[in-house]
Design a protein. Structure first.
Length: 470
């Protein structure tokens, strides 16, 4: 740039960055520059070199990321949402061409592996976007670093932090740390599910204020979309929709995941207290069709919980970890059997025996230890909006001390109103099972897994009941 052009472009970039977290519905529909999008669709084929745009499709030969052949200065790569390992598409920085056309053309190539994504979702005028590795939306060439990785997010989807190698660290630029001189730090804990530890997310003052505001408001926790008590969750809960501290923390969590805060796209902050031996059996945070219709984000603009930021408000002397039973790619995993076969096939399912084992100190299941001020971030959906059964997680029993924590849930779209709940109505092919122990001794309920094994589901004391829906 000449000095004059540099100043003009810098001002334009600054103006456009102020819109970086604008929700899709509010993004101005900026016209595409260059060729009409229909023509671009026809030319966006793998292997094609679009010389006017400076775009070439990356291959093992011309862009092995992380090797000595990394692209030279003045180029960057475009990848599909959340892909921190692939080669992507190599692009030459060219301020004289349209960034919108880069988004359109690369998106059309990158979505070929995703049947649920329509080509029109690649139109920038419809809401397709480009993000940096650290979660900043790119509005101009000024937002892109040479030799950097960028990520296409088609319209209707949300940015997710890329999955690279276990142990990789990201310093998100979409959020401001509340602690001076200590930036918020993400560390990838496993490949699947998509789980990151989060450091420096809360101050001591914020944790104390959140606990004190809700200490006398907690009631027995419930499960499900409309809320019901269940023996699988024995903690206490308070919904914080009013305190200034709770509101500030919720806003920070939305900023962290690069989504603008919207009341209808999040639940109130859920503050939790776990006393000795209290737990939450492993489950998924997303809902299924038993809760409400239109739960699938890949169909008909469906909506569900997209990402969870689980906050640790206190240290715990022993126990209380957040466990992910279906992870087999974390650093401590040695190949042992953690759960029964086919557990992942039914969302949210795990046997009682497996749930207890993964929380056992001898198990090498992925466990996130409660550290006051930190958090764990995990996604309930894949990069294309598919619900992720591998996001099964739970709160291990507290063995010593008291655990204070909180959930911040972010939905991929506006959440459904409670009036949309089915209120216990089930699909025609559902089976409801209700067990009552009217003996004077304990009984055990097992499931025949079809492989000759009897899997323990629950132990019922005299007079206890348990229900299953499948």
């Amino acid at each position: 740039f000449t000095n004059q052009n540099w100043n003009i472009n810098r001002k334009m970039a600054k103006t456009r960055r102020s819109k970086a977290n604008t929700p899709i519905a509010n993004v101005p529909k900026e016209p595409l520059q260059g060729e009409p999008w229909k023509s671009a669709f026809l030319t966006a084929t793998v292997g094609l070199i679009v010389t006017a745009l400076g775009v070439t499709v990356g291959t093992e030969e011309n862009f092995p990321w992380g090797t000595e052949n990394r692209v030279s200065e003045g180029k960057f790569t475009v990848h599909f949402n959340g892909d921190g390992l692939g080669n992507g598409i190599q692009v030459t920085i060219n301020p004289s061409s349209s960034l919108d056309n880069i988004i359109l053309t690369t998106c059309q190539t990158l979505i070929e592996s995703y049947d649920s994504i329509d080509p029109t979702q690649c139109l920038p005028s419809n809401g397709a976007r480009l993000f940096t590795h650290e979660g900043l939306r790119c509005f101009s060439w000024m937002d892109i670093e040479a030799d950097g990785r960028t990520y296409i997010v088609p319209q209707g989807l949300n940015f997710m932090f890329p999955i690279g190698n276990v142990g990789d660290v990201i310093y998100p630029k979409s959020v401001q740390s509340p602690i001076p001189q200590k930036p918020i730090r993400l560390k990838q804990l496993t490949m699947s599910p998509r789980v990151f530890s989060v450091e420096n997310f809360l101050t001591t003052e914020e944790m104390n204020e959140l606990i004190e505001f809700n200490r006398d408001r907690v009631e027995p926790s419930q499960i499900g979309f409309t809320g019901r008590k269940d023996s699988s969750r024995t903690s206490s809960t308070a919904w914080d929709a009013n305190s200034p501290t709770g509101s500030a923390i919720q806003k920070r969590a939305f900023d962290l995941v690069a989504i603008q805060l919207a009341e209808k796209q999040g639940d109130s902050v859920q503050v939790l207290r776990y006393e000795n031996n209290e737990w939450y059996k492993p489950h998924v945070d997303f809902f299924d069709g038993v809760a409400y219709d239109n739960y699938d984000p890949t169909i008909n603009n469906g909506t569900n919980r997209f990402v969870t930021v689980f906050l640790y408000l206190s240290d715990v002397e022993e126990g209380g970890e957040t466990v992910f039973p279906l992870s087999t790619t974390h650093e401590s995993y040695t190949g042992e059997k953690l759960v029964h076969p086919n557990t992942v096939e039914e969302a949210g399912y795990i046997s009682d025996s497996d749930a207890k084992w993964v929380c056992n100190a001898s198990s090498n299941a992925l466990k996130s230890k409660p550290i006051a001020g930190n958090a764990v971030l995990f996604y309930s959906q894949g990069p294309d909006g598919t619900l992720d059964n591998y996001s099964l997680h739970g709160g291990c029993p507290v063995r010593k001390g008291t655990k204070w924590s909180a959930n911040v849930w972010v939905w991929n779209r506006d959440k459904p109103p409670l009036s949309a709940a089915k209120d216990g109505k089930t699909a025609a092919n559902s089976i409801g099972l209700h067990f009552l122990n009217d003996f004077e001794f304990d009984i055990r309920v097992h499931w025949d897994n079809g492989e000759g094994g009897m899997v323990l589901q629950n132990t019922l004391a005299s007079g206890d009941t348990v229900s299953f829906q499948t």
